[in-house]
Design a protein around this ligand. Structure first.
Ligand SMILES: Cc1ncc(COP(=O)(O)O)c(C=O)c1O
Length: 368
């Protein structure tokens, strides 16, 4: 991927400094702008004083701090699980999760949504099992492939994102679960964009779809909604202990103290201020309705991501540039799930005002 010509000069927020200028920012994904929240910064600063930058060892060595244990305990409270594993990145969550599932569940084959995030793809190939790719969110195709490829006595693992990062679509997890039931199959969901955003408790896609099942395993990130940094896997004590024994957890340094402390404070804020979610959802609905009014076909979910493609890269780059000229930063992106020509992508934050969203919509209208 080419390096960006845009240099961010401030924390991500509704107004963000880029290349020395302030922009109305829709570039994602600090959904609540917590990465600059005063108490998040204070917690990170205190951790730096107390622990220095890093333990410089793994958690099997002396890398387990009280801060790490408190973070995992608070995360378990947030997600309503027995335990939680914190990792140095969300990207690693999928690999740690799928490798632990291989040991715990001994699955035989994998079904992978074709547009699953890179981290899910790498996780699938890290366990040396046959991988069958099915069309994006296509449960009919999945059904056919399950029938065709699962032999008697075999256990399938389905891997998918919970919320896909480019278009923000939600995976039909409930249907997947039903389809996997006759095979005693299990699911790994990378819910990096759902956690902290979706559902009554902000626990992600399962919370939104009201799914309680011991056949779903989920990982995600604290680097987006929570205003911190790092990967997160909430789960049963048994599953988490498997992850904590694994190579991904123990083959790398624990994340910097600032990342742990900021993440912990972000969790505390989202737990004690549930109204933030409603504001974010309202902004997502308002933005998406406004885009549909302009004839842009975006979904109507509460996911704060809206993206579309015109089929012409130059045209899309031009729209992005012209918006930049008017003081608005949206994304033109090529990423997994974006077609060959790329997409225009807008991410709305909880603290964008209606006026700011209206300004974006009216400038976009004049360009289209
Ligand atoms: C769907 C998805 N999974 C995983 C990740 C990786 O998370 P992290 O940035 O914490 O490594 C991302 C990052 O953007 C993502 O979009």
């Amino acid at each position: 991927m080419p390096a960006s010509k845009y240099i961010m000069d401030s924390a991500p927020d509704a107004i963000t400094r880029i290349n020395g200028e302030d922009y109305l920012y829709f570039g994602g994904t600090s959904y609540y702008s917590l990465h600059k929240h005063p108490s998040v910064l204070e917690a990170a600063g205190n951790a730096l004083k107390d622990y220095g930058m890093l333990s410089a060892t793994t958690r099997l060595g002396y890398g387990t701090t009280e801060l790490l244990e408190t973070l995992e305990e608070k995360a378990s409270g947030f997600f309503g699980t027995e335990d939680t594993a914190y990792l140095a990145s969300g990207f690693l969550s999928s690999m740690a999760g799928v490798q632990a599932l291989q040991i715990q569940e001994d699955f035989d084959l994998i079904f992978l949504d074709e547009l699953s995030h890179y981290s899910n793809q790498d996780a699938a190939s890290s366990v040396e099992k046959p991988v069958y790719i099915f069309d994006h969110r296509d449960f009919e195709e999945l059904k056919t492939k399950l029938k065709e490829f699962v032999k008697p006595g075999q256990k399938p693992l389905l891997i998918s994102d919970g919320v896909f990062p480019v278009f923000g679509e939600i995976a039909p997890v409930k249907i997947y679960l039903e389809l996997l039931e006759p095979y005693n199959g299990i699911l790994w969901i990378d819910d990096a964009h759902g956690m902290g955003v979706l559902g009554t408790h902000g626990r992600g896609v399962s919370d939104l779809l009201d799914i309680q099942s011991d056949r779903i395993y989920t990982g995600g990130t604290l680097s987006k909604a929570f205003g911190g940094f790092g990967g997160i896997i909430p789960g049963t004590r048994k599953f988490i202990s498997e992850i904590k024994k694994g190579a991904v957890m123990n083959g790398a340094n624990m994340a910097p103290s600032t990342a742990l402390a900021a993440s912990l404070e972000g969790i505390n804020i989202l737990r004690s201020e549930p109204g933030r979610k409603e504001k974010l959802w309202a902004n997502a609905r308002y933005l998406k309705q406004g885009l549909r009014n302009l004839g842009i076909p975006v979904n109507n979910t509460e996911v704060p991501i809206a993206a579309w493609e015109t089929g012409d890269r130059k045209h899309m780059e031009n729209i992005r540039e012209k918006l930049m000229d008017r003081g608005i930063a949206i994304q033109f992106m090529t990423y997994i799930g974006a077609g060959a020509e790329g997409v225009l992508r807008i991410v709305v934050f909880e603290n964008h005002s209606t006026e700011q969203i209206d300004f974006l919509l009216s400038e976009l209208k004049s360009l289209l």
